[in-house]
Design a protein around this ligand. Structure first.
Ligand code: IYR
Length: 229
């Protein structure tokens, strides 16, 4: 941090018992998160969403450049424009741009190019990544950002977790290409859309595919003694 002032770390050391309880509870909570594709139109408390976005903004980032920006879209006309543009791209994806294996892999998820959730969901969060940062003090007018995909990916994961903890369902949607989002939301040239996340309450009777998650042996390997102390 060069000349940046240092401050004492505030660190809450837990007992091992507390760590175990927390880990079990957290795993249970995370296990209950499901991607939702059918949303109720019921509105959300916007202060809760703001807090979740602020929580996402605490993510670590390369050289602490915080190379992200979040657009919270609730305006019905903007949502409609986003839906129309996304469906146009997705039509091309489902009718030629995606290969047969891809279409096959998506069959269990029952997706197609029609995206009513982009209008039904009371809000959309569009996560933008900032490839560089405008800097009037430098010759190029730009300052570099680092590990942008990694940083914005981590922030997005934190956003999904924060929303889930607050009882809000999400859909991580990546219409491709996503250039229309920067255009519709009037974002500057150094920002590119990273994820489009409809958020809300699940529609009544919402169903999700019966997926299984990797069990421990497939998920991870331990390279050293299991007990680290
Ligand atoms: N972007 C398309 C297709 C799609 C691709 C993957 I990989 C998914 O996990 C889900 C959908 C769509 O949103 O329909």
């Amino acid at each position: 941090m060069g000349n940046a002032p240092y401050i004492p770390l505030e660190f809450n050391r837990l007992t091992e018992e507390e760590m175990r309880e927390t880990a079990d509870r957290m795993f249970e909570r995370f296990s209950s998160r499901r991607t939702v594709r059918h949303f109720s139109t019921e509105p959300l408390p916007m202060d809760v969403i703001r807090r979740c976005i602020q929580a996402a903004g605490t993510a670590p980032s390369g050289a602490h450049k915080q190379p992200w920006h979040f657009c919270l879209v609730t305006d019905p006309d903007l949502k409609k424009r986003i839906r129309v543009a996304a469906e146009k791209e997705e039509y091309e994806n489902y009718h030629g741009r995606m290969n047969e294996a891809w279409i096959d892999d998506l069959k269990p998820f029952d997706t197609d190019h029609i995206k009513p959730h982009l209008e039904d969901a009371p809000a959309l969060i569009v996560v933008f990544r900032q490839s560089w940062t405008p800097d009037a003090g430098s010759d190029s007018g730009k300052s570099q950002n680092y590990y942008v995909q990694e940083s914005v990916g981590i922030a997005s994961g934190m956003l999904l977790s924060a929303l889930h903890e607050c009882g809000i369902a999400t859909l991580t949607h990546t219409p491709s290409p996503m250039g229309f989002l920067a255009e519709i939301l009037d974002r500057p040239a150094h920002e590119k859309a990273f994820l489009l996340i409809p958020i809300g309450y699940p529609a009544k009777g919402c169903q999700v595919p019966d997926i299984k998650r990797k069990d421990w042996d497939e998920l991870a390997t331990v390279h050293g003694p299991e007990a680290v102390h």
